[in-house]
Design a protein around this ligand. Structure first.
Ligand code: FES
Ligand code: MG
Length: 587
């Protein structure tokens, strides 16, 4: 272990029990603190069990409808065990569950709602520190965004990936193989019996998607940011090591309270650059771009899509994980997991090793001694899966504020391509018409979907991997150039240009495309261009009428008034910055 003295100095306690935030609720001697103590007796605790101890809120996104988090109800007990052991007082809070598969139109509509809930719960209750339990796609950024804004010490407990899927002797990846076999079904290669078997094999244990989708990307990013127990993010959900990690997270949260080490102090520009480098080296989800920009905004760090493009140009893809590679998260864990990958990035000078993490004085100490046990799963620097990161940010008259492509997951022949557009106004029209031979779609066509951005979707659903017409699938076509203002599941693949900003609903140039217009994609030149002259585009722009806002009331109305575009992270404008919020008076 690199620098025990630095670590020891960091572990010094700087707070006294009277300086705990919860003291304002419990220890002031007035009527209210009498009431709070009486109500804690009502909860079944004696004074000596909690007074003078850090109150650690355990925010749990468990729900019966979230298969990725089904073990978190039980796992919260391990977190509490750790909090008690370290002399803290754990209190579990159920918070909104964002279940990627079930919640419609998309859990992305509700990421900011969970972030608000997280922030406001932490602020309004007698909480000194927090353990955040999540992992299914949007839960990770939501919890961290809210906790960063609340400004308390916090530790993230990643739900952990599910075990590998299996079917007829083959290894299956959740998401990725669902898309693949659905195309096989549409091409007539498999039938109902095979589908029924696949239903049982695609996702066969608790845990989040075990491909390098959004969940695995964001939990790994959380670890790279330094806000988890070291090594936490790769542990399979059902591995006993996951319980040990959860207990360690409880102990760590208590220590952070005494050290007064708050989340925003860890979430620095350097930390976010390392988060981006990690996402890139993993061949991670394009969604990470939006989430990291939003998370950074909460601690006053301004990230842009160009930061991702710049880092992706110098950081190689080392993790050989689906959808870009061959293996799954279980293999990644056995191969050394994220600490192994971070050690390789550090070796090449891609990380800021002197910044602090929750568990160690420096990232250098945190990853000291980490090893890789399988060079095919976590590639050596001189044998990467791709020499350049898999993500590129495109610009051009079709995407003035940028667009994104995960080119590592696309057929290389499509990365420089000009073809005629076939335009769909929205997702329903796309589903109704994609197999219609009258559209005369060929393998060279450029499929365009609009009306699917943050406002138009609404919530920017994961519609970005537009389906290929069944008649082309039967001819063996498995990739085409596709454009949209939507996002794409991190488990998806293909030459899909995503996050086009501004979106069509907000009057972006995507709204001006017509079927038959030539469109050029040139990934090496980072270009996305509509080959129509400016005068014609100006004429079309004049004819454009703003579409009606879908929500007349409720959360949706708040959302459509305040949501920002993809290039600024899709946070609410009033949440997207640090700023003073008064502490509630608890006396
Ligand atoms: Fe929960 Fe994929 S559905 S992580
Ligand atoms: Mg997903």
């Amino acid at each position: 272990d690199g620098g025990p003295s630095a670590d020891a100095a960091r572990r010094e306690r700087v707070k006294s029990p009277e300086e705990l935030r919860s003291h304002a609720w419990y220890g002031t001697g007035g009527l209210r603190s009498f009431s709070h103590r009486a109500r804690t007796r009502q909860l079944g605790y004696l004074p000596e069990e909690h007074l003078g101890k850090p109150v650690v809120a355990v925010l749990n996104t468990w729900s019966d409808i979230n298969p990725c988090h089904q073990h978190l109800r039980e796992r919260a007990e391990a977190v509490k065990r750790g909090v008690w052991q370290a002399g803290g007082f754990p209190l579990e809070f159920p918070v909104a569950t964002l279940s990627e598969t079930f919640q419609k139109p998309t859990p992305m509509l509700y990421r900011n709602l969970l972030a608000m809930e997280t922030e406001e719960l932490l602020r309004s209750y007698p909480v000194d520190g927090a353990v955040l339990m999540g992992g299914c796609d949007k839960t990770t950024p939501a919890l961290l965004m809210g906790a960063a804004s609340a400004g308390l010490p916090a530790v993230f407990v990643p739900a952990g990936p599910m075990l590998r899927g299996h079917w007829r002797g083959e290894t299956l990846g959740s998401g990725t193989d669902m898309w693949k076999y659905w195309d096989d079904k549409r091409a007539g290669l498999i039938g109902d019996r095979e589908l029924a078997e696949l239903e049982c094999g695609l996702a066969r244990s608790p845990g989040h998607c075990m491909t390098m989708g959004t969940a695995s990307t964001m939990t790994a990013v959380a670890e790279a940011l330094g806000v988890t127990v070291p090594g936490a993010s790769s542990i399979p959900a059902v591995d006993s090591g996951h319980s040990r990690m959860a207990a360690a997270a409880g102990r760590l949260a208590v220590e952070l309270v005494w050290q007064d080490l708050r989340l925003p102090e860890l979430l620095t520009r350097e930390a976010f650059e390392d988060g981006i480098a990690t996402a890139v080296a993993l061949g991670g989800s394009t969604n990470a771009i939006i989430h990291l920009i939003a998370m950074a905004g909460r601690s006053g760090v301004k990230l842009t899509p160009d930061d991702f493009d710049a880092i992706a140009r110098r950081v190689p893809v080392l993790a050989n994980l689906r959808p870009g590679g061959a293996y799954l998260m279980e293999d990644f864990h056995y191969a050394g997991g994220l600490p192994g990958l971070l050690a390789r990035l550090a070796e090449a000078g891609h990380l800021h090793l002197d910044r602090p993490t929750a568990a160690h004085a420096t990232l250098r100490e945190q990853i000291a001694g980490a090893l890789v046990h399988d060079d095919d799963v976590i590639r050596p620097l001189d044998e990467p899966l791709a020499a350049e990161g898999g993500i590129a940010v495109l610009r051009g008259n079709l995407a003035p504020d940028g667009a994104v492509i995960k080119h590592i997951a696309a057929e290389p022949r499509l990365l420089r391509h000009t073809g005629p557009a076939v335009v769909f106004e929205n997702y329903r029209q796309l589903q109704d018409r994609i197999d219609d031979p009258a559209l005369s779609i060929t393998a060279d066509s450029v499929l365009v979907l609009r009306g699917s951005g943050p406002l138009g979707g609404p919530g920017m659903p994961e519609y970005g991997m537009l389906p290929i017409p069944a008649y082309l699938l039967k001819e063996g076509v498995r990739d085409m150039v596709r454009l949209s203002d939507a996002r794409m599941s991190g488990t998806s693949y293909g030459a899909c240009v995503l996050h086009i900003a501004p979106e069509s609903h907000a009057g972006g140039p995507l709204a001006l495309v017509r079927t038959g217009d030539p469109v050029t994609l040139d990934v090496p030149a980072r270009l996305l261009r509509l080959e129509v002259d400016e005068a014609e585009l100006a004429r079309r722009r004049e004819e454009l009428r703003p579409p009606p806002a879908p929500y007349g009331r409720g959360y949706g109305a708040l959302y459509q008034r305040h949501i920002t575009q993809a290039d600024t992270g899709c946070d609410f404008d009033f949440l997207a910055r640090p700023g003073e919020v008064p502490e509630p008076y608890a006396g």
